[in-house]
Design a protein around this ligand. Structure first.
Ligand SMILES: Cc1cc2nc3c(=O)[nH]c(=O)nc-3n(C[C@H](O)[C@H](O)[C@H](O)COP(=O)(O)OP(=O)(O)OC[C@H]3O[C@@H](n4cnc5c(N)ncnc54)[C@H](O)[C@@H]3O)c2cc1C
Ligand code: FES
Ligand code: FES
Length: 482
């Protein structure tokens, strides 16, 4: 497959095996070895690159996805041999030891400062939470980013042309978007490619519309579709999937974005978690979902993973699922010839199992604005704040009267049963009751008898029983409660 893209400011044309991982192409074929690989499964951020200015993981991207994109690797941020100010700050503040994490850390920092030129230390920590450092310690790294942020003008900004953005407040003398590229297009033939592990002979297709998708699927009956690849590629790496062909849905316009249709919000299946977090409609109407998204994976995972992928993976620990269950979300499913809808609780039938039919894809999620509720709450308990699957989670919608009486309630727990669990019994008991710690304690005791968690590597069933009840007590802490 021949692809053209902009690599570190240079137009580049390559013959590639489309299913080859971007990290392999960069390191092995293009000798851009600043991009590192450590975990190979999205957990460390060593392979961070900027794709159209957004940090993404090169170990979970295929070369086909580079087509038409602007890619920046660590090699692309120096100018005329001068280090980028963020690099300089890393050196000056001793934020580097072995340096293995540093390229990813620096690129994530640059993107963070583009979005938020004056971050607090907490915001810097949150922005870099998907980039792990095993030696330096985060204090010095945060010091360095803070120092870089304090520079009001950078002598050597990341060129605007590589960010796909207008010149930034950090950018000083940045280039304008319309300015022609300085270097000529490069045409190369990449080395013979090695494919994504355990995807021998796989092909990768990149349709741009549903019409194109149907025609690809006609010719590739055994193809697996993917969006962000943050679940599928990890499975493939672990030998749990080996599709003959891959179809990337990320460019299909009909699958992207959030739209308002009267009382209904329609969320395109390929909308990424980061896009949802930034969406004004989601922020205004669905705080229960935004609470859940804030703790999903890391910023890097959220830049790639999609709501549709989270639903189709059908993990009982999927963070968007409890919110979608309390919202009584409907999934919109399409084949070439038909569209159907069903409640999400009917769509997901077990861990990793859905009612998705052959040649069918999830196109959207439809949610009624939850106007009758005045409290939206989500809490997840995991081993740490980021990159942790939930041990137990709870999403709750409540209507609490001005006298503190619960008039309406919807509750859904994650990771306590084969699928997300709603309990009408618990909900029924709470309606008409005053929201009080005493009442919640009683209902928490009942909840512990209803949930059916399992022991697994992440946690013991007994612990999950306890936490499932305890999470209800936190409803007393919600802003609008009582
Ligand atoms: C390091 C790491 C941390 C993570 N942390 C969390 C976390 O904290 N919480 C959490 O919930 N998840 C987490 N995940 C899992 C994952 O990121 C999410 O589930 C994400 O939403 C998956 O979306 P995706 O687009 O990447 O899915 P993909 O990998 O692209 O697809 C997943 C599955 O869904 C199918 N699929 C995708 N889109 C469609 C569609 N439109 N129609 C039909 N089928 C489709 C694919 O065929 C595949 O089987 C983590 C993953 C990693 C690697
Ligand atoms: S190598 Fe660890 S996230 Fe890519
Ligand atoms: S400096 Fe060694 S991993 Fe961060």
């Amino acid at each position: 497959m021949r692809i053209t893209f902009v690599l570190n400011g240079d137009e580049t044309e390559l013959d590639v095996a489309p299913e080859r991982r971007v990290v392999d192409l960069l390191r092995e074929d293009l000798h851009l070895t600043g991009t590192k690989e450590a975990c190979g499964s999205g957990e460390c951020g060593a392979c961070t690159i900027l794709v159209d200015g957004t940090p993404r993981l090169a170990c979970l991207m295929l070369t086909a996805q580079l087509q038409g994109r602007r890619i920046t690797t660590i090699e692309g941020i120096t100018r005329d041999g001068t280090l980028h100010p963020v690099q300089q700050a890393f050196i000056e503040y001793g934020a580097v030891q072995c340096g293995f994490c540093s390229p990813g850390m620096v690129l994530s920092s640059i993107a963070l400062l583009e979005q938020n030129p004056n971050p607090t230390r907490a915001e810097i920590r949150e922005g870099l939470i998907g980039n792990l450092c095993r030696c330096t310690g985060y204090v010095k790294i945060v010091d360095a980013v803070e120092a870089a942020a304090m520079l009001h003008s950078h002598p050597n900004p990341l060129p605007a042309r590589e960010r796909g953005l207008a010149p930034s407040p950090l950018g000083g003398e940045g280039w304008g978007e319309g300015e022609p590229l300085s270097s000529k297009a490069k045409s190369k033939s990449a080395h013979p490619s090695t494919p994504l592990r355990s995807a021998q002979d796989a092909q990768c297709h990149l349709p741009r519309s549903l019409a194109e998708l149907w025609s690809v699927l006609d010719g590739e009956p055994d193809a697996a579709v993917y969006a962000g690849g943050t679940d599928l590629f990890v499975k493939m790496r672990n030998g749990l999937a080996n599709p003959r062909a891959l179809v990337c849905l990320e460019r299909i316009e009909e699958l992207a974005g959030v739209s308002e249709h009267g009382d209904v919000l329609r969320i395109g299946a390929c909308t990424t978690h980061s896009q949802l977090l930034g969406d004004p409609l989601v922020r205004e109407h669905l705080p229960v979902l935004t609470h859940a998204l804030r703790g999903l994976g890391s910023p890097l995972i959220r830049n790639m993973g999609t709501i549709g992928g989270n639903i189709c993976t059908a993990s009982p620990a999927g963070d968007t699922l409890p919110p979608l269950y309390v919202l009584d979300a409907q999934v919109e499913l399409r084949t070439k010839d038909a569209t159907r809808r069903m409640p999400i609780r009917d769509f997901i039938v077990g861990p990793g199992a859905t009612r998705l039919g052959a040649y069918e894809i999830l196109t959207a999620i439809r949610v009624n604005k939850p106007t009758s509720f005045n409290v939206q709450h989500f809490e997840k308990v995991g081993h740490r704040n980021a990159l942790a699957c939930s041990l137990v989670s709870l999403a709750a919608l409540l209507r609490v009267s001005c006298t503190g009486v619960i008039e309406q309630v919807a509750l859904a727990w994650g990771s306590v049963a084969p699928t997300v669990m709603r309990s009408r019994e618990v909900e029924k008991i709470l309606v008409g009751e005053k929201l009080s710690l005493e009442r919640l304690r009683e209902v928490a005791a009942l909840t512990r008898t209803i949930v059916a968690p399992i022991d697994d590597v992440r946690g013991a069933a007994e612990y999950r029983h306890k936490v499932a009840g305890n999470l209800l007590l936190r409803l007393m802490d919600t802003e609008d409660a009582g």
